[in-house]
Design a protein around this ligand. Sequence first.
Ligand SMILES: *[C@@H]1O[C@H](CO)[C@@H](O)[C@H](O)[C@H]1NC(C)=O
Ligand SMILES: *[C@@H]1O[C@H](CO)[C@@H](O)[C@H](O)[C@H]1NC(C)=O
Ligand SMILES: *[C@@H]1O[C@H](CO)[C@@H](O)[C@H](O)[C@H]1NC(C)=O
Ligand SMILES: *[C@@H]1O[C@H](CO)[C@@H](O)[C@H](O)[C@H]1NC(C)=O
Ligand SMILES: *[C@@H]1O[C@H](CO)[C@@H](O)[C@H](O)[C@H]1NC(C)=O
Ligand SMILES: *[C@@H]1O[C@H](CO)[C@@H](O)[C@H](O)[C@H]1NC(C)=O
Ligand SMILES: *[C@@H]1O[C@H](CO)[C@@H](O)[C@H](O)[C@H]1NC(C)=O
Ligand SMILES: *[C@@H]1O[C@H](CO)[C@@H](O)[C@H](O)[C@H]1NC(C)=O
Ligand SMILES: *[C@@H]1O[C@H](CO)[C@@H](O)[C@H](O)[C@H]1NC(C)=O
Ligand SMILES: *[C@@H]1O[C@H](CO)[C@@H](O)[C@H](O)[C@H]1NC(C)=O
Ligand SMILES: *[C@@H]1O[C@H](CO)[C@@H](O)[C@H](O)[C@H]1NC(C)=O
Ligand SMILES: *[C@@H]1O[C@H](CO)[C@@H](O)[C@H](O)[C@H]1NC(C)=O
Length: 770
Amino acid sequence: MKASHVAFLAASIAPALAAQDPAQFVNAFIGTLNGGHVFSGATLPWGSIKPGADSNSSDNQAGYVSDGSSITGISQLHDDGTGGGASLGNFPFLPLTTAQCANNNLSACTTDHIGRALAHGDPSASPGFFSIPLNNGVTAEVTVTEHVALHRFTYPNGTDQMLFLLDATTDLSGSWKGTGAVDLSSNPLTGGTRVTGSGEFGPSFGEGSYTVFFCFDSPTIPVQAQFYSSQGRNTISPNSTFQQNIGSNNPAGFLFGFAPQQNATLTVRMGISWTSTEKACKYAEDEIPQISSSSFDTVKAAARAKWNDVLGTVEIDATGVSEDEQVLFWSSLYRTYISPTNITGDNPLWVSTEPFYDSFYCIWDSFRVVHPLYAITAPNTQAEVVRALIDIYRHTGFLPDCRMSLDKGFTQGGSNADSLLSDSFVKGITAGIDWQTGFDAMFNDATAEGDFSVEGRGGIEARDMLGYVPFNDTLDNPPNEGPNTRRRAWAKRPNATHFFNVSGDWFNLWNPAANNSGFSGFIQPRNANGSWYFDPRWDVGDVFRPDHCSPVFGHTDCFLNPTGGEFYEASSWEYSFYAPQDMAKLVTAMGGSATFSSRLDEFFAAGFHDIGDEPGFLPTYLYNYVGQPVKTVDRVEATLNMFFNTSLNGLPGNDDSGAMGAYAVWSHLGFFPVAGQDTYLLSRPFFPRITIRNAATGAVAKITASNLSAQNIYIQSAKLNGKNYTKNWISHELFSKGGTLELVMGSNKNSVWGTKQADLPPSLSTGGFK
Ligand SMILES: *[C@@H]1O[C@H](CO)[C@@H](O)[C@H](O)[C@H]1NC(C)=O
Ligand SMILES: *[C@@H]1O[C@H](CO)[C@@H](O)[C@H](O)[C@H]1NC(C)=O
Ligand SMILES: *[C@@H]1O[C@H](CO)[C@@H](O)[C@H](O)[C@H]1NC(C)=O
Ligand SMILES: *[C@@H]1O[C@H](CO)[C@@H](O)[C@H](O)[C@H]1NC(C)=O
Ligand SMILES: *[C@@H]1O[C@H](CO)[C@@H](O)[C@H](O)[C@H]1NC(C)=O
Ligand SMILES: *[C@@H]1O[C@H](CO)[C@@H](O)[C@H](O)[C@H]1NC(C)=O
Ligand SMILES: *[C@@H]1O[C@H](CO)[C@@H](O)[C@H](O)[C@H]1NC(C)=O
Ligand SMILES: *[C@@H]1O[C@H](CO)[C@@H](O)[C@H](O)[C@H]1NC(C)=O
Ligand SMILES: *[C@@H]1O[C@H](CO)[C@@H](O)[C@H](O)[C@H]1NC(C)=O
Ligand SMILES: *[C@@H]1O[C@H](CO)[C@@H](O)[C@H](O)[C@H]1NC(C)=O
Ligand SMILES: *[C@@H]1O[C@H](CO)[C@@H](O)[C@H](O)[C@H]1NC(C)=O
Ligand SMILES: *[C@@H]1O[C@H](CO)[C@@H](O)[C@H](O)[C@H]1NC(C)=O
């Protein structure tokens, strides 16, 4: 299937309406092919329930894949853009016809999730809505509120019984843990049948298990019903009660036959809760009181309106901007708001009045671009996210890096929630946040080691002693022997002076002699005795390979696996550009501005750069640190042109909970956050006028780009709040207090704007961050 076959409404609506209805520009199918793993189903911003189709495809991490593979069901929960295993996909539905169940004989229907899969036509989607025509003639549609899905199935004309399957045990990864139950009875409120149930499943990139609960309502009593399990089939007389523990009898579920009405349209409601079936039912009744084809249209319209509210904190003047560019922008922004999920009030793990968010998948991916974006476009949500993370620390003892489906997820390196918190703190996000406890949480990450495969960070003692975490750090391994005999308590509680000092530790892993492609000085692993470590597998003859893990050498060696390289999901070439707290020192270490600049050129030209993974984002903006903002503009432009587009395979890697989307958003806005800092590096906007409304403070930031055209993409001069402005970066004040940044664009690449020493972004060693 091609992108052009996917239905969405952009073409038909006049540009003038864009401000009121940015949802029209959202193409939910971008990145549903080629490993983007984008969730294309229905959700509200940060919504708890995320129903959508599930494809019989090895790439079905988010359910639906645009590879033409058949549909095993329309399930209720998904994650967006993740790597790891296929996530969630619980409690799928599938509409069936006599093509699957001859003579409407329920015993004849295939229930196995692969065996029952149906081919399909082109799906369509818009914010809060997903629809797919199945080749048995039934069109499945779904729309949502926060915790509840309304599904509408339109059967072929002439259908004499609307057959329907509810699978209570099969999720996308087959992770059923052997505990669950279902309970069927009539529901006096709807006059129909209610099925409640729960199941215990395994997380897709974490440890432990989770239990999730559902409440299904049909508006009428079926004319026939059957419970199936691996033990066989039980015919249930309609309008009776039926209870069953499922245990290891999975797969298990129900088959129903409903009398056709409303032109053979079956509308059913599904509430989901992480706490109880009672809560799932209460959500269902409160959020969608009426189960009908017309209430479906009402819920769908409300979902779109909610999306327009959330998307609408950003307004763009699209004069002279192609529709395709607008689709890329709004679809990217849309995806940044899918995860994490707001399940405040539905937390089964502990009692708290704080907000609760799940599906941080993972903060390693999202701290760089997604949460800094919230800081300007959705600061109230960001405040809730920060509170939720601090509450996770309160109740689990650590900030997470990854969490999904209530479980601890695998840390991808570092304690990235620290950067997320710092970012919000320096940006003055305060609403309801207990920053003292936030500080305690970060202090804990820096000084106490937990099980760093799922929380905190590793190598703390070794780093305190050596100034770096050595290769094969034996200090982490009990019992207390070998280097562990040097174990000691912190002599004094570390303070700001200490933390300022250790922010320079990266330089202890800087090997000035390591060289590659004509450049010297690289981050290299080091042994505990101070000697440089060479991996014998590829550092042949003790020549270190800084390109290992890059797209050109051993790219797939370096994921979260024990035999991987010393660098995680990026090469030493890429990590060696990452000292955002002190880029001035890094520039000097690399041999000065000119060498730094040509080294960046080589990094991109030689293919060492990997934009498909998050460490690759910031390097595209680093020319600003040597006073060459024009080269940043060219590099960002090239990156967008090569790797981001509106097609089904329009992403360079997993969307990673909207991280790829956020990169595209920032790059269109024309400035990029240095995560954890109050620094935004300027490139160039793609729109002549951008307005960002701060929902927390009411402040309005305006960015204008006069003379902007296809050729006039370089900033020639700038004014901030009416005064000449030559720095090639801005601070958060524009967004917290409001103001106007006026840029004058031109084609001249030799403008002096942003090129002087005084124009460079802040670095610790040159007195920045005061
Ligand atoms: C229904 O299907 C089952 C399984 O194929 C079969 O054994 C049974 O005879 C069928 N019943 C009728 C009434 O056709
Ligand atoms: C599902 O996928 C498997 C593995 O790719 C394939 O063998 C099977 O034919 C598919 N089933 C359907 C119904 O498409
Ligand atoms: C189904 O039947 C209704 C009424 O009989 C008619 O209005 C509608 O167009 C038909 N739909 C299709 C898809 O044929
Ligand atoms: C279903 O059963 C309930 C309670 O037993 C009864 O009140 C209701 O009238 C029945 N509905 C139908 C359609 O039989
Ligand atoms: C059936 O479909 C027709 C044509 O789409 C429509 O006019 C009619 O209202 C529908 N009937 C019901 C009960 O939904
Ligand atoms: C999160 O959910 C809670 C409870 O439903 C709600 O009060 C809050 O407004 C939500 N937050 C956002 C940002 O939507
Ligand atoms: C790591 O250190 C331990 C203990 O000193 C040693 O037994 C092991 O061989 C080392 N592993 C590697 C890969 O060097
Ligand atoms: C931090 O502690 C050291 C002594 O351990 C002291 O010399 C220094 O002044 C303290 N710095 C701050 C900012 O308190
Ligand atoms: C940290 O302290 C050590 C030892 O005093 C010193 O060598 C190093 O330069 C300091 N680093 C920074 C960034 O101040
Ligand atoms: C630097 O490169 C040369 C070959 O170009 C190599 O012989 C030498 O070992 C390299 N130095 C290091 C420290 O890797
Ligand atoms: C340092 O440690 C490494 C790894 O254990 C070892 O191969 C090397 O011989 C040691 N060097 C010295 C000088 O002890
Ligand atoms: C501001 O910049 C413009 C050129 O962009 C220059 O003509 C003017 O003199 C500057 N004003 C001040 C106060 O520096």
